[in-house]
Ligand binder design. Structure first.
Ligand SMILES: [Ca+2]
Length: 586
């Protein structure tokens, strides 16, 4: 009986999500989809029940007794239980799909034992996507469950000293669980803007110097600059993580940008009063000059984030309430500030050493979870915000036999799979089958609805508009939880997935098509543009994209407004878009 209720719930949810414009297309492509699906997570009913265990029973009971309704109002305090897991989201920065060994056993040369261990203990997704080929937009979608292109950020990233991208009243995954009594912390790289208290007449004093200085020398900060910096960094900085659902924050806004200091909650730790020496702008270290603490040690950023995360877990595990830790790592993004312990370890290039060091920090967090006793009741999600950045020395890496995008086309910034198909692993003991692999289409925006599903909370109409729960996948139900997904290039050009089909909103001058169509089922490397051969499918997918835009959402629910008019056919050629983005070097 319990089985029937759980199964019925999942079936009902699946059917609801099939409704709308995706339904017709889903039927047409179902045959091809079935071929695409490589998930091996189809379980026997007996195994499902064993794994679901208390979680499913509690879930059904709650729905039957009406407690769910109370929970939906956010009015019922609760203690830790199996259905209130701790949640840890570790987001690597610029780690390629093929940088983790478990995703690229044949063409990957960098040892990543800790990420691989997560895959052995959890579920490894092979068709998981970020919202964009670059940082800020992907982070926006992960935290809000809404595609970034519905916001002001139609292309590029949030710039240095720029205002917040997440609106103050928008629900984030942290805000969602906080309403349910969770403790929430963000530790790492924010890169979603702040309301920096910089007055208009102070702005010029925060602009980076063109002359970055020579080797050990730094440009001299004028008294006027120092005075303005003292003024600004003595004040709270509103609009950051602690105003977007997180109880606490520790990290660097962007590790290769000013201010070169740590930020704790809404204050800088120390007052940046100098510039960085010129040598720190060489060899893929810092990229923008600006206010810095004297002797700011770039190589201490990553280890310190590891220390802070471990300390948070140890302390939070002792509390009665569950916790959510969002840990956006600063690595293996630049600055490639590898500590002495890891220098040369890969035998490849500094980037590869940094990937190894990043993996080791992930290992420390896993260990802290295990030591704290919280691991058994923690859903741990590991992923990356975009593909590997080609400027870190990809050509040299490839010449040495390591291919950071594995079998995929393109790298960071790109609308091609190498830009936004990400490693995505979920470990949740007792719920997720160890060593399972899921080939279903998922998106980082789905984390929001997944958490809501776990907590039996109904998301409001104006939250998580593009978020589909993947709880059924975690439980081994190998059916699509979303029919379509959008991921964009750094320049803004969209790629729309529908089953195995991908429509890229960039012209192909050679083929004479205004868009490009690929079948990832048979052409994962995106080599054969089928747009000219399949005009009907192209037209249908264009209509789907227009509907996704017009509805302000891709999930069922009340129509919502995008923040700005959305233009999906960005006119630029892919090479031009890539070039511009590379020069910005977020
Ligand atoms: Ca990134």
């Amino acid at each position: 009986m319990k089985w029937g209720k759980v199964e019925g719930y999942f079936r009902g949810q699946f059917e609801r999500e099939l409704q709308g414009v995706g339904k017709r297309m889903a039927k047409e492509t179902s045959k091809a989809e079935n071929q695409t699906v490589r998930g091996v997570g189809i379980m026997k009913r007996r195994d499902f029940l064993r794994m679901a265990g208390l979680y499913a029973c509690a879930f059904v009971l709650r729905r039957d007794t009406g407690i769910a309704a109370e929970t939906e109002k956010g009015s019922r305090p609760f203690d830790k239980a199996h259905d209130r897991p701790n949640i840890v989201v570790i987001l690597a920065d610029d780690l390629g799909y093929g940088d983790a060994q478990c995703y690229n056993p044949k063409r990957g040369k960098i040892p990543t034992p800790n990420i691989d261990r997560l895959a052995v203990q959890g579920m490894r997704f092979t068709d998981a996507h970020s919202s964009s080929g670059i940082c800020s937009p992907s982070r926006y979608a992960l935290l809000t469950g809404r595609y970034h292109w519905r916001s002001r950020l139609q292309s590029g990233i949030v710039g240095v000293w720029e205002k917040p991208l997440i609106a103050p009243d928008r629900l984030t995954i942290a805000g969602l669980v906080k309403q349910q009594g969770y403790r929430t912390a963000a530790i790492g790289k924010w890169h979603l803007g702040w309301d920096w208290p910089i007055a208009e007449d102070q702005r010029s004093l925060f602009k980076h110097e063109r002359n970055k200085g020579q080797d050990d020398e730094a440009p001299v900060a004028t008294e006027k600059q120092q005075s303005a910096w003292r003024d600004v960094f003595s004040k709270p900085i509103p609009g950051g993580p602690t105003s977007r659902g997180f109880d606490t924050y520790f990290g660097t806004d962007v590790p290769n940008w000013p201010p070169y200091c740590f930020i704790e909650n809404d204050r800088t730790i120390g007052i940046p009063s100098t510039f960085l020496p010129g040598k720190l702008f060489k060899n893929n270290l810092a990229s923008q000059q600006g206010p810095a603490l004297p002797d700011w040690p770039l190589e201490r950023i990553l280890p310190t984030l590891g220390d802070k995360a471990c300390a948070f877990i140890a302390e939070a595990a002792k509390k009665p309430e569950p916790f959510l830790l969002y840990m956006p790592l600063t690595a293996p993004h630049t600055p490639l500030a590898v500590t002495d312990e890891w220098k040369g370890k890969s035998g490849l290039i500094p980037y590869a050493d940094f990937v190894m060091q990043t993996d080791a920090v992930i290992g420390r967090v896993i260990e802290a979870l295990e030591k704290s006793g919280a691991a058994g009741n923690t859903m741990l999600v590991f992923t990356s915000d975009n593909g590997c950045a080609s400027y870190i020395g990809v050509k040299e890496l490839e010449s040495k036999g390591h291919f950071p995008s594995g079998p995929l086309r393109g790298y960071k910034f790109d609308v091609w799979e190498g830009g936004h198909r990400e490693p995505f692993i979920v470990r949740w003991p007792g719920v997720v089958k160890p060593g399972s692999i899921c080939g279903q289409l998922v998106h980082q925006a789905d984390i929001m609805a997944t958490i809501a599903d776990i907590l039996a909370v109904k998301l409001p109409d104006n939250a998580g508009e593009d978020s589909f729960s993947f709880v059924p996948l975690l439980k081994g139900v190998d059916k699509p939880t979303r029919q379509h997904a959008v991921s964009c290039a750094g320049g803004g050009a969209a790629g729309l997935r529908s089953g195995p089909w991908k429509l890229v909103f960039l012209p192909d001058p050679k083929a004479g098509t205004d868009v490009q169509l690929y079948n990832l089922d048979v052409d994962l490397g995106e080599t054969k543009n089928l747009a000219a051969e399949q005009p009907e499918r192209v037209a249908e997918m264009k209509m789907l994209m227009e509907k996704l835009i017009a509805d302000g959402r891709s999930t069922p629910g009340k129509q919502q407004k995008n923040d700005v008019p959305v233009i999906i056919c960005k006119k630029q050629k892919p090479e031009a878009a890539k070039g511009r983005a590379v020069r910005r070097k977020d």
